[in-house]
Design a protein around this ligand. Structure first.
Ligand code: ADP
Ligand code: MG
Length: 380
């Protein structure tokens, strides 16, 4: 899979731009405020239907315009395919339309599964940007989202199980808000939650088990002197992933969920919300030491950045090893993200890999297969 061309209309400060992309490293260089991040954000939108810096997508529409459009054309051994995402705000409400090869997707899930399954597309993006450190410092929901995105792309059943379990959780939370929740229905929802939740947890753990050694490997290259944090899933007990580890059976995970639900059932009624389940899980980076501290608590900024980069590279490598997907790597603000040694290590690695990479920077740098200048929303 290769992203051959990208066309943007009315996207942030970019009125119209059509660019032909190269294999390997593509660089976008320009001063601040020119549109570099916007371009990477548009490519990310094509892959994720989300922005990497904004939760409200309506700000992506150029000021004064009605709608924005991102169109990407892919090429795999002569097979041509395309993805299109349009955002509009017809009656003040954001409308998102995504299509694969000219056919409108029924839902985000439909778009994801189609773009991943289509042999000429198989498009997945991994982004590293200044707000990525939030992934370690910020809310658990950010880490869950990352896990979910990975899982959805990695495992064709992943997205479907995640969607189903979320539906059950929403239903249960709504029920708990009623004055007299029907206990029979609550019981049924809990049984579904146990079954689907255990499946989600097992899939998440499987993913972490796979990614942990690759993460360790990359961190060793990027920051050889850094202690390797263990990856773990807090659910709500902590399961450590680095080192020896056996994947728990679905039955074991069901039993645990059952016990957790029983323990918190009273509290759930008082708080009127679902407190137990995979929607409360967290991905943890823990550093050895007294009390097993988390990287967010004890890591220096450099250590956190290195760990993040190692995690992103591990995610890409996992896809390369286990799926036909070749993720596209988006690195925003390259010069501010990493120090010189780490930048060189990264560039060397990327340059030798078969990955398509998009890097934005205020400074020019070597290794680019194709170089673009970004000036006031124009990309040349
Ligand atoms: N919806 C929008 N409409 C018009 N301009 C916008 C919109 N959103 C952001 N901008 C402007 O686009 C410019 C480019 O932003 P950005 O891509 O973040 O720049 P860079 O990454 O090159 O520093 C900024 O000046 C910003 O104010
Ligand atoms: Mg920027």
């Amino acid at each position: 899979m290769k992203l051959k061309t990208v066309e943007l209309r009315e996207f942030r400060n970019i009125q119209h731009s059509f660019i032909e992309l190269g294999h390997g490293i593509n660089t976008f260089v320009g001063k601040n405020g020119q549109g570099k991040t916007s371009l990477l954000e548009a490519i990310h939108l094509l892959g994720n239907l989300r922005s990497f810096r904004e939760s409200d997508l309506s700000v992506l529409i150029r000021q004064g315009a009605e709608a924005t459009q991102v169109h990407g054309v892919f090429d795999t051994d002569g097979l041509r395919s395309d993805l299109r995402v349009e955002l509009g705000k017809p009656r003040g409400r954001l409308e998102k339309r995504a299509s694969v090869n000219g056919k409108l997707a029924r839902s985000s899930a439909d778009y994801f599964s189609q773009k991943l399954a289509h042999p000429a597309i198989q498009f997945h993006t991994v982004a590293l940007n200044p707000s990525s450190t939030e992934l370690i410092h910020g809310e658990p929901s950010l880490r869950r989202r990352m896990l979910n995105q990975m899982l959805s792309a990695f495992d064709s059943e992943g997205l479907s199980v995640l969607t189903q379990v979320q539906r059950v959780i929403d239903h249960k939370s709504a029920l708990l808000k009623e004055p007299n929740p029907d206990s029979e229905l609550l019981h049924i929802l809990n049984l579904q939650l146990i079954q689907l939740g255990a499946e989600v947890r097992q899939k998440r753990l499987f993913l972490l088990m796979k990614i942990a050694p690759i993460f360790q490997h990359f961190l060793g290259i990027i920051a050889p002197n850094q202690r390797v944090p263990k990856l773990g899933l807090k659910a709500p007990y902590l399961i450590q992933m680095t080192g020896h580890f056996d994947l728990p059976s679905v039955q074991d995970l069901e039993d645990q969920l059952h016990a957790q639900l029983a323990e918190k059932s009273g509290l759930e009624r008082i708080r009127q919300t679902a407190l137990v389940g995979p929607h409360r899980d967290d991905l943890v980076f823990s550093v050895d030491g007294p009390g097993d501290l988390s990287l967010a608590e004890v890591g220096s900024q450099g250590e956190i950045r290195s760990a993040l980069l190692a995690l992103k590279l591990a995610e890409i490598e996992l896809f390369r090893k286990e799926t036909p997907i070749r993720p596209v790597f988006l690195i925003d603000d390259f010069s501010s993200e990493l120090d010189e040694d780490r930048r060189n290590t990264l560039l060397n690695y990327l340059n030798q890999s078969d990955l398509q990479v998009f890097v934005s920077s205020t400074e020019d740098f070597p290794f680019a297969a194709r170089k673009f200048q970004v000036v006031e929303g124009e990309i040349v």
